[in-house]
Design a protein. Structure first.
Ligand SMILES: [Zn+2]
Ligand SMILES: [Zn+2]
Length: 126
C-alpha cells in the first residue's frame, strides 16, 4: 500500500495485541480504522510509540485536499476532530478509515485548555 499523501510505502505497525495500523515510511502519517483510533486515544503511550514523525512535516501535509483512500480509491473527506476542532483529519467514508498526519495523534492526546473552554462554552449554549 502507498501513502495517499507522499506515495511512499506504508508499513504495518502494532501496539500490544489490540492495535494495528499502517504508517508511512516517508511522511510518517498514520492510517487506521476509526475503531483503532478510538483505542489509541484511550491507551497510554500510543503516541510515543506510533506517532514517530515530526509534527512540522505533518503540518506541511495537513492542507492537502482530495486525497485518495489507499484501500478503495475513494476521495477522502477532510473533517475537524469533534473534540479538538483545531485538528483536521482525512477520512474515507466507505472504509471508515482515517489518515492522521504526523504529530496529530500526539496533539489529540494533549487536550488543550482552549478545547476545555470551547466545550464549556458549547455546554452553556453559546
Ligand atoms: Zn506519506
Ligand atoms: Zn476507502
Amino acid at each position: 500500500m502507498k501513502c495517499p499523501k507522499c506515495e511512499q510505502a506504508m508499513e504495518v505497525v502494532e501496539f500490544g495485541t489490540e492495535i494495528s495500523l499502517e504508517r508511512c515510511s516517508g511522511c510518517h502519517g498514520l492510517y487506521c480504522e476509526r475503531e483503532i483510533l478510538a483505542r489509541m486515544r484511550d491507551e497510554w503511550l500510543t503516541e510515543t510509540v506510533l506517532d514517530t514523525g515530526c509534527a512540522a512535516e505533518g503540518a506541511r501535509h495537513n492542507d492537502m485536499r482530495n486525497i485518495i483512500c489507499p484501500s478503495c480509491g475513494a476521495t477522502m473527506e477532510h473533517f475537524q476532530d469533534e473534540e479538538q476542532s483545531h485538528i483536521t483529519l482525512d477520512t474515507c467514508l466507505s472504509c471508515d478509515k482515517i489518515f492522521l498526519d504526523a504529530g496529530e495523534l500526539t496533539d489529540m492526546k494533549e487536550v488543550t485548555l482552549m478545547d476545555h473552554v470551547r466545550r464549556l462554552l458549547s455546554m452553556l449554549g453559546r
